[in-house]
Design a protein around this ligand. Structure first.
Ligand code: NAD
Length: 478
């Protein structure tokens, strides 16, 4: 633990850093298992040693961010990721044997897993440590050098990341560069061997364009409107607390938070009441409550209140916890958890990612119609389904497309390192976590080993009967 949280350091020469990392990679193209374990060990030591600093820095940046939320949604996720990687790294690094078809016998085939080189990571503010260090963990485990550009909207946390990483890693192994969109823009134009971006869809497009100029492959972890589809037979006693938790963790500033709920028309009011009650039992008050996070800054607070106002002006009913007089809570940026009923497509809240503690409830008449509504919007990062029998669940899984799904709860698919995590379409490109993350930062090199005894000479010129006979045989045994 450190006495005083660090301030952001002076601007760094990112081109020089990049060249230093590239030179270090050239001198060590395939780090051993022991070297990679050492880096993971240092990552673990760094996060453990600075646990209290991380909690304090994030709380300072947000205003209120409960230590428990930072412990579970940032520190626990990182340490679970490190443990899972340590346990499996040996196997992931190994050459993979693959079958060789009969017509290539007696040759043998392998996939050789190789680091990519120098990797760039750009991360957002909402889980500012976890979303910075989890991609870095996967990239280091895969044997790469890593440059990280965290968000300027959480400046104390980004400065702390810079400080901690510099203490535990040499700058040609893993380095942090702080700054805003201008630095991000320069960063994204570096000729990285892979660029991993987490953030908004709008900035994701810019990243893809910048990377294209260098033919740098990208992973884009973006956002969107993740639906919670509630089946007609769902038990609200189970649904409401789980939905409220998913929506109100970090005051809804979670990329995989359920964005809106879809519920049979006859049950809209009952769901609104159940969620209000669940939210009230989890957060008996919200203004002075240390368990309830602040909205990260005034701009986002205003954006959220404008979304509520727009919906109300266009005919929605807002049911807020507490007084509901959110405008007066600006100094601490605590926004009352708000349910919106009677929402329509013309409202802004149904057209953009909410990213805050506001839950619109949209009515549907049949499961088919609910599926159509989901498919009419851009492909979401997550989908949640509550209730329904096996056939209904199967139908929803087969007929909708989303990055990931949790059934009968929210958020939890994110935490299983054995599941790939990523979006699709407008919610992202590529995935990470566990072995999928290792592979994102690994080149899978195809290797075919031809033995001394080989029959391929029979296919060489001069072409004639021999070629025709062997070729016929090849076709039969392929
Ligand atoms: P953002 O896109 O505004 O910023 C993300 C990062 O990009 C920051 O570090 C920022 O400095 C940088 N940046 C901004 N402009 C840039 C530019 N022109 N060139 C290069 N870099 C630039 O996103 P945000 O507001 O920090 O985060 C919120 C968004 O992130 C939401 O849409 C949310 O859904 C999404 N998100 C997705 C995931 C996921 O895992 N898929 C996780 C968290 C957040």
């Amino acid at each position: 633990m450190i006495d005083v949280l660090p301030q952001p350091g002076p601007p760094r020469d990112i081109r020089r850093l990049f060249e230093a990392q590239r030179a270090a990679y050239a001198g060590e193209r395939h780090p051993s298992l022991a070297q990679r374990h050492d880096r993971l060990e240092r990552l673990a030591t760094m996060t453990e040693a600075h646990e209290q600093d991380i909690i304090a820095a994030i709380a300072t940046d947000f205003g209120t961010r409960p230590a428990q939320e930072t412990r579970i949604a940032e520190l626990f996720v990182i340490s679970a990721g490190i443990r899972h990687t340590r346990r499996n790294l040996n196997r992931w690094m190994a050459q993979q044997r693959v079958p060789t078809p009969l017509y290539l016998w007696p040759g043998r085939s392998r996939v050789h897993r190789q680091p990519l080189g120098v990797v760039g990571v750009i991360s957002p503010w909402n889980y500012p440590v976890q979303l910075a260090l989890l991609p870095a963990l996967a990239a280091l485990a895969a044997g790469n050098r890593v440059m990280l550009k965290p968000s300027e909207l959480t400046p104390r946390t980004s400065a702390l990341l810079e400080h901690m990483v510099a203490k535990h890693f040499s700058e040609d192994e893993f380095a942090v560069v702080t700054g805003g969109p201008d630095v991000g823009d320069k960063f994204s134009h570096l000729p990285f061997d892979h660029l991993f971006f987490t953030g908004s869809t709008a900035v994701g497009r810019k990243i893809a364009l910048a990377a294209a100029a260098n033919l740098t492959p990208v992973t884009l972890e973006l956002g969107g409107k993740s639906p919670a589809l509630i089946h007609a037979d769902a038990d609200f006693g189970m649904v409401a607390p789980r939905l409220a938790t998913g929506k109100l963790l970090n005051a809804g500033q979670t990329c995989i938070a359920p964005d809106y709920a879809l519920v049979p028309a006859s049950r809209v009011d009952a769901l609104a009441a159940a969620i209000r009650d669940s939210a009230a039992s989890q957060y008996p008050s919200f203004r002075e409550n240390p368990d309830y996070s602040s909205i990260v800054n005034d701009g986002h607070f205003r954006r959220l209140t404008a979304l509520i106002d727009d919906a109300v002006q266009k005919g929605a009913r807002a049911i807020a916890l507490g007084s509901g007089d959110t405008a007066t809570h600006m100094p601490d940026r605590k926004l009352a958890p708000t349910v919106l009923v009677g929402v329509k497509d013309s409202m802004a809240v149904m057209n953009e990612e909410i990213f805050g503690p506001v839950l619109p409830i949209e009515a549907y008449d049949s499961l088919d119609q609910a599926i159509e509504k989901i498919n009419a919007r851009p492909r979401p990062l997550s989908l949640y389904m509550f209730g329904g029998d096996e056939a209904a669940r199967r139908s929803v899984l087969d007929r909708t497309t989303a990055g990931g799904v949790t059934i009968d709860d929210t958020l939890w698919h994110f935490t299983n390192e054995n599941l790939p995590f990523g979006g699709i379409g407008a919610s992202g490109i590529g995935a990470y976590h566990g072995e999928r993350g290792f592979l994102t930062f690994t080149h899978q090199k195809a290797v075919f080993i031809q033995p001394r005894l080989s029959f391929t000479w029979m296919l060489r010129p001069p072409y004639g009967k021999r070629f025709d006979r062997v070729f016929e045989l090849l076709k039969k045994i392929s």
